[in-house]
Design a protein around this ligand. Structure first.
Ligand SMILES: NC(=O)c1ccc[n+]([C@@H]2O[C@H](COP(=O)([O-])OP(=O)(O)OC[C@H]3O[C@@H](n4cnc5c(N)ncnc54)[C@H](OP(=O)(O)O)[C@@H]3O)[C@@H](O)[C@H]2O)c1
Length: 280
């Protein structure tokens, strides 16, 4: 039985991938940062332990536990746990931007560095990074998240080159909009960290807040369920030649193509139009 470690399993993509892979016969170690979520996952029959990506101690405790339980064997890591900090770049304090990178990038790095020696010893392994269409193109008021996912893209491309020939494959998943708690969690981060009243964008923020808080789920024609990501994760785990990048949803295919053919000026124009239509 192949073991996979997954972060951020309390909701959304992480939860669905954990359940789906367990049903497929994997030994899934489904992690979450809140003890209550770990308990819920256990009650649902998943093997679960706490792992908070913003805490080095938590990452090392989780890995110590995993190494004991699996005798140091781990086939795959699905780096998934993350959140989006909304807000214009100039409204992000150094600390708020640091927190975004601590969770979305540095925690993934620390965990990956703990996992690699196990995979190198086995001569085989799969690392799957849940990036985003926002690691390929940027949008207003997503600067912190864009920064984390663009960094992840460069990080992962480098890692893949360094691991060439090691038996360890590295894949990026690039989801567009997927049904999850992402928007709800983004709203919490916005309210906690952005000073709306003193921002030059305060009027637009009121519309951002309306959009993020509206009872309507915000899902559009292009939003897919987390199963769409599960399919790509399965390919990255089971294919003899896992892809470097897996696009998920039409917007990812579209923007992945447009960013290659349009000038920066034209792409900016298009992305500004798209973001203006969100805040009408
Ligand atoms: N949904 C989309 O449209 C979309 C699109 C592109 C990419 N993605 C990517 O998909 C991944 C999963 O997001 P999702 O859409 O499933 O959203 P979600 O439902 O909000 O799930 C995010 C998960 O990450 C966890 N997390 C947040 N901070 C963490 C930390 N410090 N340590 C460990 N876990 C932490 C959350 O735990 P808590 O419950 O404790 O906060 C939650 O389990 C993310 O990497 C995201 O960037 C999502």
């Amino acid at each position: 039985m192949k073991t996979i470690l997954i972060t951020g399993c309390s909701s959304g993509i992480g939860y669905h991938v954990a359940v789906g892979l367990q049903q497929r016969g994997y030994r899934v170690i489904a992690t979450a940062r809140q003890p209550a979520d770990v308990e819920k996952l256990k009650q649902q029959g998943l093997e679960s332990i706490p792992l908070d990506l913003a805490s080095s101690a938590s990452i090392h405790q989780a890995m110590d536990w995993l190494e004991r339980q699996t005798e140091g064997k781990l086939f795959a890591l699905f780096n998934n746990g993350a959140y989006g900090q909304p807000g214009a770049i100039e409204d992000l304090s150094r600390d708020v931007l640091r927190q975004q990178l601590e969770t979305n990038l540095l925690g993934w790095h620390e965990l990956t560095c703990r996992v690699l020696p196990l995979m190198r010893r086995q001569g085989v392994g799969r690392i799957i990074q849940n990036s985003s269409v926002l690691g390929l193109i940027t949008m207003r008021f997503r600067g912190a998240y864009n920064t984390s996912k663009f960094a992840l893209e460069g990080y992962t491309d480098t890692l893949r080159q360094e691991l060439a020939g090691s038996g360890i494959s590295v894949s990026l998943i690039e989801p567009g909009p997927i049904k999850s708690k992402f928007r709800e969690n983004g709203l919490k981060a916005f309210k906690a960290n952005i000073d709306v009243a003193s921002s030059p964008f305060s009027d637009t923020y009121k519309k951002v807040l309306q959009r993020l808080s509206s009872a309507d789920s915000g899902d559009d024609l292009f939003t897919l369920g987390p199963d769409a990501v599960l399919d790509k994760v399965i390919h990255a785990l089971e294919s003899k030649r896992p892809k470097a990048r897996y696009y998920v949803t039409l917007p990812t295919y579209l923007f992945g193509f447009l960013r290659r053919i349009l000038s920066t000026r034209l792409l900016d124009w298009l992305l500004l139009k798209a973001s203006a239509s969100e805040h009408k």
